[in-house]
Design a protein around this ligand. Structure first.
Ligand code: NAD
Length: 274
């Protein structure tokens, strides 16, 4: 019960890594504010998390005796984000942990000069600026209480480039920059900011994840055999499991990592070590 008595906000909680992190935090005693857009987004060529999926995450977390509120909120919208954080504060009185996990993998799949202004803006708005908006909304509370842990979910695409994926790669590199700058801004107030960089995570059916398949589609990798192709590029010859990333987030959220801020924790089976 490493997060007993703590309140955590997790974005992108309807499915995938957001759900895995939510369930792990619930199992460790945290109360949870689960945020997801919970509907599709114009310009993203695949379905996003749904209202039903968000409710499913909440239900599973409640089985661990966690107090949970689920909020439909779009991290592209500052008013919506600010309202979600005030609802969290009304219900729990504090926010100790923020996990910025919401993200999109597309529009992508084109060479840099063929990306449209709209596609570029959408990718940056969700995958980089959304985490800044959430940080902006929770930071005053964490500063006032002189404690907090913010975890940004970047990617191996935050550390190396991938062809035909420039918007995502730029956003995820930017998230690491945001992490380091925010870590320095908030260090005097004992608010920590760190990044997790997952490698290729298996789309585990129990979490309803589908991002690896969507990344494959964007990179023009055959969706039918994509897990095998991604596995072959791993030094460990295995894909990450959602629980591998959730355990890293748990460590960064808890007191065990109290001296860790501004760091980049790769959970990529050695992919970026080469
Ligand atoms: N799955 C992987 O292999 C992998 C690898 C590296 C990094 N990541 C990162 O991990 C995070 C989670 O990925 P995932 O695999 O769970 O993907 P996913 O598509 O299964 O889940 C992402 C969730 O974010 C939500 N979301 C998207 N846009 C939103 C918005 N504007 N406002 C609020 N919620 C929004 C979606 O509805 C969805 O529920 C992403 O940031 C992704 O870039 C994933």
């Amino acid at each position: 019960m490493r997060l007993n008595g703590r309140t955590a906000i997790i974005t992108g909680a309807a499915r995938g890594l957001g759900r895995a992190i939510s369930e792990t935090f619930a199992a460790h005693g945290a109360d949870l504010v689960l945020i997801d857009i919970a509907h599709d987004l114009a310009g993203v060529p695949y379905p996003l998390g749904s209202r039903t999926q968000l409710a499913r995450t909440a239900k599973t977390c409640e089985k661990h005796d966690s107090a949970v509120i689920a909020i439909e909120s779009d991290i592209r919208n500052l008013d919506s984000v600010t309202s979600a954080v005030s609802q969290a504060l009304d219900r729990f009185g504090t926010v100790d942990i923020l996990v910025n996990c919401a993200g999109i993998a597309a529009p992508s799949g084109t060479v840099v000069h063929e990306i449209t202004e709209e596609e570029w803006s959408l990718m940056l708005d969700v995958d980089l600026t959304g985490s800044w908006r959430m940080t902006r909304a929770v930071a005053p509370t964490m500063i006032a209480q002189r404690s907090g842990s913010i975890i940004n979910v970047s990617s191996t695409a935050g550390l190396v480039g991938y062809r035909h994926f420039a918007g995502y790669v730029a956003a995820k590199h930017g998230l690491i920059g945001l992490t380091k700058a925010a870590a320095l801004d908030y260090a005097p107030f004992r608010v920590r900011v760190n990044t997790v960089c997952p490698g290729s995570v298996r789309d585990a059916p129990e979490f309803e994840g589908r991002m690896l398949a969507e990344i494959a589609r964007s990179l023009e990798i055959s969706v039918a055999g994509h897990e095998e192709i991604f596995t072959q590029s791993q030094p460990t010859n295995t894909l990450m499991e959602p629980s591998d990333v959730a355990e890293a987030a748990l460590w960064l959220a808890g007191d065990e990592s109290r001296q860790v801020t501004g760091s980049v924790l790769t959970v990529d089976g050695g992919f970026t070590a080469r």
